[in-house]
Design a protein around this ligand. Structure first.
Ligand code: AMP
Ligand code: ZN
Ligand code: FE
Ligand code: FE
Length: 278
């Protein structure tokens, strides 16, 4: 059966994989399509698309945006976006700048907490990619003082932990509106990690079209809960591995996959959103 992995990162955000590695891996895993959903970056889409012909893997242009409520971090995926839209590219550049400024503040906080990381080291780890907390975590691991990413996020850099610094105060409404405006299908990423399902109905009011029901960090109970919720609100049920190359240890690509039919549904939904934007 033709399958897709609808949540894949490249080194244009915090995966260790180049577009070449991403596309070779997708072909190796016999995926018919993958969605490139980097954090606040469209940089990986073009390079991956240009390898689509030779690898036989279709590329769905996507994005992963971050929004915040007072007590929760919400990741929103946008599928089939018009990724070349000038206003969107400009907006992402602003966010990327804010992310850089945020790293300097996080480094100060970490240094005060006795963790000796340098901003420069974190920027080197990010390379050309959108800099984020996975890069901070990688630098923290190198100090040899911390045992796991789990400890790092739970004690220091997880949402609202001691050294957490927000970089945008983007509301979920703004993120969903931005995705719609760029002709994309807004889908909530890994809702179990958000920790509060009560926010979902509100997201539906803003124009949410789908739930990432199938995800590496979703156990059976979560999958069942979100399947039920998707049915209740008439939302698409999407899924993806959230592969970060070797960024989170194991290569996850293809470990979560959905039938290709879902790609067609996303395209239809995106066409309808684009028509209503005109
Ligand atoms: P940022 O773009 O700075 O918000 O960082 C997002 C990255 O941090 C993503 O790769 C997330 O999967 C990772 N991340 C966020 N929270 C956690 C957590 N509690 N445990 C492990 N990774 C996390
Ligand atoms: Zn990431
Ligand atoms: Fe995410
Ligand atoms: Fe992700």
């Amino acid at each position: 059966m033709k399958c897709a992995d609808l949540h894949v990162h490249t080194f244009y955000s915090d995966s260790t994989f180049s577009p070449e590695e991403v596309m070779a891996c997708a072909a190796d895993k016999k995926l018919s399509a993958i969605a490139i959903c980097d954090h606040d970056s469209i940089g990986g889409i073009g390079p991956c698309e240009s390898l689509s012909g030779e690898t036989g893997v279709e590329v769905i242009p996507g994005i992963e945006m971050t929004a915040e409520k007072v007590d929760a971090e919400i990741h929103l995926l946008g599928y089939c976006i018009d990724w070349k839209a000038a206003w969107f590219v400009k907006r992402l550049k602003e966010i990327q700048k804010a992310r850089i400024a945020r790293i300097h503040v996080m480094v100060e906080k970490l240094n005060e907490a006795g963790i000796n990381v340098k901003a420069e080291e974190i920027f080197n780890l990010a390379g050309r990619g959108t800099v984020g907390r996975l890069h901070v975590a990688q630098a923290m691991m190198k100090t040899g003082k911390l045992r796991s990413y789990k400890e790092i996020f739970e004690k220091y850099i997880g949402f609202q932990k001691s050294c957490y610094v927000p970089y945008v105060k983007f509301s979920p409404k703004e993120a969903i509106e931005a995705i719609l405006k760029v002709g994309g299908v807004p889908v909530i990423a890994h809702p179990a990690l958000m920790g509060n399902d009560d926010y979902i109905p509100e997201l539906v009011d803003y124009g949410l079209r789908g739930i990432e029901v199938y995800h590496t960090d979703h156990k059976q109970a979560a999958r069942m809960r979100y399947e039920e919720m998707a049915r209740r609100y008439g939302l698409l049920m999407t899924g993806g591995s959230d592969c970060h190359g070797l960024g989170k240890g194991r290569v996850l690509m293809g470990s979560v996959r959905v039938p290709y039919m879902l790609v067609e549904k996303l395209k239809e939904e995106a066409d309808s959103i684009k028509r209503s934007n005109r």
